[in-house]
Design a binder for this molecule. Structure first.
Ligand code: PNS
Length: 175
């Protein structure tokens, strides 16, 4: 039984993440999607509860996930490697969109392996359609009223739009 952990901020989950989850679920017996803390992004826009809920709803809606029976969604506020050991996992999954992702991801893979020699990181190349896609882009487009329906599933679209519209009103002083 091979368990993979796919960690990230997921602020919010996009079709790019869901593509990686879907493909990982075909490759491994179990996939744990782990909402983790990225110290470089201390101010996530969506709360932890919202990010977990968006992930669970997106996976359940099954639009881009074919094998959701072996997918679990969880969170951790500690070191990824500690969670990895606790769960007896085999592999860390990371998606790579472009060479610009590579340096930081490569460094994290080496650090995790150094912290625990059994921690292998497997990189999945992003789907071509997702190479330009990021949670930050989605948030920015939605904040200014743009159409994000091509980037996030319908089950979470409205919630994302409402919260970002509120943020836009706050920023522009209209609220
Ligand atoms: O989606 P992100 O923000 O690129 O994901 C980065 C994340 C959350 C996977 C990374 O920051 C992480 O692993 N955080 C947990 C804390 C940790 O273990 N840090 C050391 C990584 S070498």
């Amino acid at each position: 039984m091979k368990t993979a952990i796919y960690p990230g901020s997921f602020d919010p989950v996009t079709y790019g993440h869901l593509d990686i989850i879907n493909r990982a679920a075909k490759l491994f017996d179990k996939v744990i999607v782990l909402v983790s803390v990225n110290p470089s992004k201390p101010n996530c826009f969506f709360t932890l509860e919202e990010r977990l809920d968006f992930l669970r709803r997106s996976i359940k809606s099954g639009l881009s996930i074919q094998h959701c029976g072996n997918i679990e969604v969880d969170s951790s506020d500690g070191l990824l490697i500690d969670y990895f050991k606790e769960r007896g996992a085999d592999v860390i999954i990371k998606g790579l969109r472009a060479m610009s992702d590579f340096e930081a991801e490569f460094q994290m893979a080496l650090v995790n392996k150094d912290l625990f020699y059994k921690a292998e990181t497997v990189f999945l190349a992003a789907d071509v359609a997702s190479t330009f896609l990021s949670s930050s882009m989605v948030k920015q487009i939605a904040m200014f009223g743009g159409d994000i329906s091509a980037f996030v599933p319908p089950s979470i679209l409205t919630d994302i739009k409402i919260k970002l519209e509120q943020k836009r009103l706050e920023i522009t002083g209209k609220k």
